[in-house]
Design a protein around this ligand. Structure first.
Ligand code: AP5
Length: 215
């Protein structure tokens, strides 16, 4: 099973992808997390991506495609994967289809998490992320048990550089220009399901699971 999550920055893709992966026994691959890990390690890949990410722009397709396809070719993805943040352009979607087809696989379902702009802004400007395991928190909606400390691994929580308001606005614009066209790509293939991303995290997870059952 290969599940793709689409939706504005801050729609809750990362939060939900981790939960779906756990419930369904799939791997969770988040392109943004892969870049942030590479950056924390100071690898050439991380340094290449840094300037694009800080501006809120997309990293060039050839860099992203190479990185994600390598990741989903690893053994832990053989039983299926939830993709979070990839693909984000038509070129990435086509590269994914080609790579999956070569292994006799295909995208099973594409779930778009729908949340209005003001909600996304509130979610992102209050988000904190674990520096170690990348788990997302929110100062108001999902605070950790101990301030500044990850409940899951004890790592330090920090605010992402690209969660400043002006960068969030740029990321929303980039989504509309470059990623929204993918919705038509997947709708034409009968794969797209829209899911309301408002409400509690648990409620949204249940809606996503129902959408997957119907797919
Ligand atoms: P990436 O890391 O993928 O960021 P994004 O898509 O902008 O998504 P976010 O991580 O900001 O939001 P999310 O939808 O995962 O929401 P979350 O669950 O955290 O990409 C970052 C950058 O990397 C890009 O700008 C680009 O430069 C580069 N990049 C990555 N992939 C790329 C690609 N394929 N091609 C090119 N470039 C690429 O939730 C947000 C907040 O809301 C959290 O605080 C959470 O606790 C809270 N929350 C979640 N659900 C709820 C709820 N139901 N109620 C209340 N609060 C909630």
């Amino acid at each position: 099973m290969v599940v793709v999550l689409l939706g504005l920055p801050g729609a809750g893709k990362g939060t939900q992808a981790a939960r779906l992966a756990e419930r369904l026994g799939l791997a969770h691959v988040a392109s943004g997390d892969l870049f942030r890990e590479a950056l924390a390690e100071g690898t050439p890949l991380g340094l290449q991506a840094q300037a694009y990410m800080e501006r809120g722009d997309l990293v060039p397709d050839e860099i992203v495609v190479r990185m994600v396809l390598e990741r989903i070719g690893r053994p832990d993805c053989a039983g299926g994967v939830v993709l979070d943040g990839f693909p984000r352009t038509s070129a990435q979607a086509e590269a994914l289809d080609t790579a999956l087809a070569a292994g006799g696989r295909a995208v099973t379902a594409v779930l778009k998490v729908v949340v209005p702009d003001p909600v996304v802004l509130e979610r992102l400007t209050g988000r904190r992320v674990c520096r170690n395991c990348q788990a997302p928190y929110h100062v108001r909606f999902r605070p950790p048990a101990r301030e500044g400390v990850c409940d899951l691994c004890g790592g330090e929580l920090y605010q992402r550089e690209d969660d400043r308001e002006e960068t969030v606005r740029r990321r929303i614009e980039v989504y509309r220009e470059q990623t929204a066209p993918l919705e038509a790509y997947y709708r034409e293939r009968g794969l797209l399901r829209e899911v309301d991303g408002n409400g509690s995290v648990d409620m949204v997870t249940e809606r996503l699971l129902q959408a997957l059952e119907a797919a």
